[in-house]
Design a protein around this ligand. Structure first.
Ligand SMILES: Cc1cc2nc3c(=O)[nH]c(=O)nc-3n(C[C@H](O)[C@H](O)[C@H](O)COP(=O)(O)OP(=O)(O)OC[C@H]3O[C@@H](n4cnc5c(N)ncnc54)[C@H](O)[C@@H]3O)c2cc1C
Length: 446
């Protein structure tokens, strides 16, 4: 048995780990697994936070060796195991960008697509779904589909209405006449193995205004989010609360990370005026004057989840974080709900940060022992129910995997979940692929 763990610290055992080198080997492994009734779990880079790539026995397909990459004007073609950071750096050398910017760029493109991941720049460029042009997918019966945007699925599905959020990564997206791409993106390794992806690239912006803007009152930062959200060509609008800043050894009530593509110097002056009007701490805020500064801000933002994850690992505890989004008009209500409950239950032992421009922040709880961990875990469904009540979604970018599969029924009716399962049965009749993801363990073939 081989022990496998994802970045959340959730672990499981595999009977065998297979390392296909190409699509033909993937197809052969799937055929063998299907014939033998062996469950198969797909792994990209194991940076996932919901246990989606963690097995419970059976085989693991480790796709890291399938890491090809070619760049043309307007598109990149990658293998499933190609790392996001390799795409980003190759694309930058070609003076282009790949829009979605998940913070963890050691993740794989296959994992990004399977989870419909997004990042700080998704505020402007959209989630992974919006930036994938084509896919090749190996199915359990040995077929390989080569699909482009607009290629319709060949069976009927009902329409499941989506929450009014800008991000969504919780369950299959179903609507009559939909295309294959929308079905596979966000399917969390349960319908097929993505073996090749064609990604949309855009010309790189020439100039940016970027900064980490500090505030001495949290409410001022939330006001600024509302005021700045409509700024044209704004790529990023991210939030860090006082506890997050404390983790980063900074003393302020809140910070916003901003980045705008600018066309003229006058736009810099507009920002200085905006910051002043918002009551930001101008003296202490960081403004980028070079590409190096922007990279420093990116690393600062990325180091925060890494520090929180390391703290939980040191305490021997599995990460406990939320991934809910709500319609923007309910952002403040959701933030107040988080804050009130957290201050009551875990004062000082939590952080709130994330993609506030999309009304999508992550609450991380920092319990000190198992008893506190269990109490903290029990807050998550409370938050999930409130997000749904406010028209939001129980998974915005991390997927539900195994750890959050129980949230699916908070979002959807039994009939809607049954419609998703019918799709799963059609493509994986023996229910072998990504078993436990999305639908949990208890469902299986039922
Ligand atoms: C510090 C940190 C910061 C993070 N920040 C972000 C963020 O900003 N935004 C965000 O969205 N996520 C973030 N994540 C979560 C994680 O990086 C993403 O979910 C990422 O897309 C997972 O990619 P992976 O290659 O590691 O996938 P894995 O963890 O290996 O797998 C994830 C899921 O994808 C499936 N899968 C993988 N490859 C394939 C394939 N080829 N075919 C079919 N299914 C496949 C797996 O079965 C599993 O269900 C962060 C994680 C960490 C540790």
């Amino acid at each position: 048995m081989v022990r496998i763990e994802d970045a959340s610290g959730f672990s499981g055992q595999a009977d065998r780990v297979l390392n296909p080198r190409d699509e033909a080997e993937v197809v052969e492994f799937l055929r063998q697994a299907n014939a033998a009734g062996t469950p198969v779990t797909i792994g990209g880079a194991w940076t996932g936070l919901t246990g989606g790539s963690v097995p419970d026995g059976g085989w693991v397909l480790d796709l890291r060796g399938m890491n090809s990459l070619s760049i043309e004007a307007g598109r990149a073609v990658t293998g499933p195991g190609t790392l996001l950071r390799d795409v980003q750096s190759a694309v930058a050398r070609a003076d282009q960008i790949y829009g979605p910017d998940p913070t963890e760029n050691t993740s794989s493109i296959g994992g990004n697509i399977a989870n419909n991941s997004s990042g700080s720049r998704s505020f402007r460029y959209g989630d992974t779904r919006a930036n994938v042009l084509g896919l090749r997918v190996a199915l359990m019966d040995g077929r390989v589909l080569d699909v482009q945007r607009g290629d319709r699925i060949d069976f009927d599905v009902p329409s499941i209405s989506l929450p009014r959020t800008t991000k969504h990564s919780a369950g299959y997206r179903l609507s009559p006449g939909m295309d294959w791409m929308d079905l596979f993106v966000g399917s969390e390794g349960t319908l097929g193995v993505l073996t090749r992806a064609e990604l949309k690239l855009l010309p790189a912006p020439k100039d940016y205004f970027a900064g980490v803007i500090f505030f001495d009152r949290d409410a001022l930062a939330l006001d600024a989010v509302e005021a700045w959200r409509g700024v044209e060509r704004l790529n990023m609008l991210e939030y860090l609360d006082a506890n997050s800043l404390r983790v980063m050894e900074i003393d302020a009530a809140a910070a916003l990370l901003i980045e705008q593509e600018i066309a003229t110097g006058a736009e810099v002056d507009e920002w200085l005026e905006r910051l002043d009007q918002a009551g930001a701490l101008l003296e202490t805020s960081w403004i980028a004057t070079s590409e190096r500064d922007r990279e420093r801000f990116r690393q600062f933002r990325h180091e925060l989840p890494e520090r929180v994850n390391a703290t939980m690992r040191q305490r021997g505890l599995v990460k406990l974080s939320s991934d809910f989004a709500v319609p923007f008009e309910n952002n403040r209500e959701m933030m107040a709900f988080y804050r009130d409950l957290l201050e009551r239950e875990f004062p000082g032992q939590y952080t709130i940060w994330g993609h506030i421009g999309d009304a999508h922040v992550h609450v991380n709880l920092l319990p000190r022992d198992n008893a506190e961990w269990e109490r903290a875990r029990d807050l998550m469904p409370v938050f999930a129910r409130e997000a749904v009540r406010l028209g939001g979604v129980v998974g915005a970018e991390h997927g539900l995997g195994k750890r959050k599969a129980h949230f699916l029924e908070l979002q959807y009716t039994p009939a809607q979940i049954e419609a998703m399962k019918a799709v799963k049965r059609r493509l994986d009749p023996n229910w072998l692929l990504g078993r436990g993801n999305l639908f949990g363990w208890r469902d299986g073939l039922s």
